[in-house]
Design a protein around this ligand. Structure first.
Ligand code: SF4
Ligand code: SF4
Length: 92
């Protein structure tokens, strides 16, 4: 099983050095995970290290396509409140 980095990755370089399997590499247009190397950190850590350090919600998905840091998990702002705030901003 392997995790996946998707296009919302902002290429911040945070995850690459913390991967115990050296599975993360710089690529275009964003960092990627070598699925053959990724162990989901199972033998090394309780949590996937890349997702633990990634500052972008939704940038890393599990093998089923579920975000490890879902919307609101890092900002603490519930997704529905964020949507309201964005709508308010656009209205002004
Ligand atoms: S889950 Fe662990 S092994 Fe897989 S890419 Fe992330 S840090 Fe590397
Ligand atoms: S930590 Fe997240 S945003 Fe930064 S390079 Fe890795 S996947 Fe991309």
């Amino acid at each position: 099983m392997a995790l996946k980095i998707i296009e919302s990755c902002v290429n911040c370089f945070a995850c690459e050095p913390v991967c115990p399997s050296k599975a993360i590499y710089e690529a275009k247009p964003h960092f990627k995970i070598n699925a053959r190397k990724c162990t989901e950190c199972e033998d090394d850590f309780a949590e996937p290290q890349c997702a633990s350090i990634c500052p972008i919600e939704g940038a890393i998905l599990d093998a089923l396509g579920v975000p490890l840091n879902p919307p609101g998990s890092l900002t603490g702002i519930p997704p529905e409140r964020m949507a309201e705030a964005m709508a308010e901003l656009q209205a002004h």
